[in-house]
Design a protein around this ligand. Structure first.
Ligand SMILES: NC(=O)c1ccc[n+]([C@@H]2O[C@H](COP(=O)([O-])OP(=O)(O)OC[C@H]3O[C@@H](n4cnc5c(N)ncnc54)[C@H](OP(=O)(O)O)[C@@H]3O)[C@@H](O)[C@H]2O)c1
Length: 330
């Protein structure tokens, strides 16, 4: 049985989805098929992940076998290099074409800041050293107006935000005709986003946790792709308190981390390319954490000090007027 939450837009969003960042196309096609076979009905992707084509192939196979489009929830995101009103329709159309769909269930603005677009390749324009060229003229409210048009045209059923801070969410909320119904942010035991969750509760915005396991592979990715190292990196899967809770419930530490977020009413999108772990990551509905477990897990929160994705691997991003984490800079 699929567990879902009702969005402000009136549509239902399955509470467990498959994350797909950092999954190579060949690997993701199999992962999505495996996920659909074992009951997932929600897939999270983005233009930036370069795997929408492969996800589209897996979906096509699923529909050919009789799977219904209505039962599947697909999220994708407007890339940071398409963050201007004139590019929204172009990028949503590109995503729809790659995914082989005629509507999206959720379209998110991936980041509040922006990079210049290379019109030829439709990717980020780069400096000679390969770093992205910032676009300082971003206007999130104007971009949001274009997002609203995607709902009116039927290309997206629901729209939302990702990586926006509280002030930025409020600004969109206050100006919006079609309200954001989803916020996707980094959220795991070390960064529990208590304050942003309160704000979203007030606005009836469903929160989706990205990197719910603490993104164990991100460290290597940041180092190899951007030559960027974080001083500290979480290892939640081997945390002694989580290990103890997992042993008591005869579950894995990953399952405890995921179940914790579900019990808080948060949607989760763990990524895996292993069919075994894909199964484990949705096998979360036959146990419940006790109040005591919930307190132990709540106490692990390091607030913004637990953040992995500060985006400082994008050279100079902290100088962008819409960089969301300015207050955390040293
Ligand atoms: N909006 C944004 O800016 C943003 C940013 C980051 C991520 N996201 C989304 O959120 C999704 C999830 O975040 P994430 O990929 O950063 O991190 P994550 O889901 O916290 O962790 C994924 C990593 O954990 C491993 N893993 C998965 N299940 C496991 C298990 N049961 N036991 C042990 N290891 C396990 C995976 O390896 P294997 O594949 O080998 O299992 C993978 O390396 C992304 O894929 C993406 O869709 C969005």
């Amino acid at each position: 049985m699929i567990h879902s939450v009702r969005l402000l837009s009136g549509y239902d969003m399955p509470t467990v989805g498959l994350g797909t960042w950092q999954a190579k196309p060949e690997e993701i096609e199999n992962a999505v098929s495996a996920a659909l076979e074992c009951g997932y009905r929600h897939i999270d992707t983005a233009t930036n992940y370069n795997n929408e084509d492969a996800i589209g192939r897996a979906l096509k196979k699923w529909f050919e076998k009789g799977g219904a489009r209505e039962e599947i929830f697909i999220t994708t995101k407007l890339p940071h290099f398409g963050n201007r009103p004139s590019d929204v329709e172009k990028f949503i159309n590109l995503s729809l074409e790659r995914l082989g769909l005629d509507y999206l269930d959720m379209y998110l603005i991936h980041m509040p800041f922006a990079f210049k677009l290379d019109e030829k390749t439709l990717t980020a324009a780069t400096h000679e050293d390969g770093s992205y060229i910032l676009d300082f003229d971003t206007n999130p409210l104007a971009v949001w107006k274009e997002m609203e048009k995607q709902v009116k045209s039927g290309r997206a059923r629901s729209i939302g935000l990702s990586n926006f801070n509280e002030e930025q969410i409020t600004a969109i909320w206050e100006s919006a005709q079609v309200k954001p119904s989803n916020l996707q942010v980094e959220l795991h035991a070390y960064m529990q986003q208590k304050s942003i969750r309160e704000l979203c509760k007030k606005y009836n915005i469903i929160v989706t946790a990205y990197s719910p396991l603490g993104s164990p592979a991100a460290k290597t990715h940041f180092r190899t792709k951007y030559n960027y190292d974080l001083d500290t990196f979480p290892d939640l899967l081997n945390h002694p308190i989580i290990l103890e809770i997992a042993t008591r419930h005869k579950k894995t530490t990953a399952q405890v981390l995921l179940r914790y977020l579900l019990q808080l009413g948060i949607v989760i999108i763990p990524k895996s390319s292993s069919s075994e772990r894909i199964k484990l990551n949705i096998d979360l509905f036959d146990f419940a954490l006790t109040e005591e477990d919930m307190t132990l897990l709540s106490d692990l929160d390091k607030d913004v000090h637990g953040r992995i994705f500060n985006f400082l691997f994008f050279k100079g991003v902290q100088d962008h007027p819409h960089y969301p984490f300015k207050s955390e800079l040293p």
